[in-house]
Design a binder for this molecule. Sequence first.
Ligand code: FES
Ligand code: FE2
Length: 538
Amino acid sequence: MNTVASLPLAPRLLIKPSLACFSRKDVGRYGGIKVYAVLREDGAEFARNNNLEALFQVDDPGPRAPVKKFLDVNEALEVVRFDIQYCDWRARQDLLTIMLLHSKVVEVLNPLAREFKSIGTLRKELAELQQELEKAHNQQVHLSEARVSSALDKLAHMETLVSAPSTAEPPTSSSLSATASSTARVRAKNKQPRRRLDVSGPVKPYNPSLKNFWYPVAFSSDLKAPDTMVPIDCFEEQWVIFRGKDGRPGCVQNTCAHRACPLHLGSVNEGRIQCPYHGWEYSTDGKCEKMPSTKMLDVRIQSLPCFEQEGMVWIWPGDDPPKATIPSLLPPSGFTVHAEIVMELPVEHGLLLDNLLDLAHAPFTHTSTFAKGWSVPSLVKFLTPASGLQGYWDPYPIDMEFRPPCMVLSTIGISKPGKLQGKSTRQCSTHLHQLHVCLPSSRNKTRLLYRMSLDFAPWLKHVPLMHLLWSHFAEKVLNEDLRLVLGQQEGMIDGANVWNWPVSYDKLGIRYRLWRDAVERGADDRLPFSSTQAESLS
Ligand code: FES
Ligand SMILES: [Fe+2]
């Protein structure tokens, strides 16, 4: 009864039976408990003398819940988990009652049964059943919902306490309001202020700090032929990528210096891009090297630092000198790339990243594609044991990482198709690796680069038309998201906050926003969750 666990930075938790709960009939199979947070060794005394309010109250902690006087936060977390199981059980009971009532209604309406009853009797029976059904819906389901929601809130709060020492968020700007400190929590009542983000209104012009990164803009395979030109929009400017005489890619502005004709409508001639209007030719560094039918002038168009690495072409759109490292985006060894797809999408890149960094939406949104038949888990979490922007989804066998400035990498364990839940990626024998690059084209346009790799069936790569099948599937999945993200974008432009009420499974998306917020504030040398994986330029 007197065990006191010690946890740095987190308050200790005092657990005590709740008399109110003990005396309540029909609530709790094993008696309720209340949990208090205390910071001192003499916590029990302290709680009593200071008349503390319970941090949370658990109606039904379950038979296996620890019954000690003091719990550490992990044990307290277990208690809340038991409570959620109980809520789940209650919800099932309520659902069963409603289903039974439904079947009774069907029975009453059954034409065979009707023959033996007068219309008056039928009406009466039906009215009674309707009343019962309404009551069940209004009371039981809403009660269940409230119980589950309150239990989930408790769990989210406990998780904050458990992870406080290792995943503390960095200080944020004025657009973010942080939660109270641990000391304040002791005095806090059951509810604590929520972390909020404000992402509303039309997308603001891009902050120049966001440009000071290497951005992948094309796959090398899209620039295979020497005369290929790839026009791209990046931060609301038009560029064109092509290969120079030496075979290396270059990136120049997509507007002719003469009379602003788009260069990508022209051709590539011996490593120079030729304007289709009067034939001016530019090298990959932007210098005009040919000016037919007139005296040669010293003319140059803008160009950007451009490199090719591991099958992708990268540009540096910022004003700062380019960094000497480019991140590696290759899948782990043992994987074979099966598809490289590029799509231009009519949404702001941040909204698309928010969407890709969220897996909890899958069983609701992707019901015709990869999440067909998935059940809805009672709790979805993103755990970040390695670094702040890298972790895995519980209960899905999916590892995920946000790689600044605009990349999402994920590895999905595939044991049996459609049976994803309940295993970690390591337990799965086969995997799918995905890379999503969301290039900020303009304030309502994203260039998406998608690369898919598998660590099994390498021969699939040689099956004719297989790439069309992958493209079709990728587009189908994306379209399931796109209509929702487009709706969010419309709402956001009209002033809705797309991060109004973040919950525990929104962790990775929120961290992306915190990272971006820090970049835009100019906190370059103290960026939160900075990535460590980078490859040197060769
Ligand atoms: S507009 Fe390009 S050469 Fe005249
Ligand atoms: Fe999705």
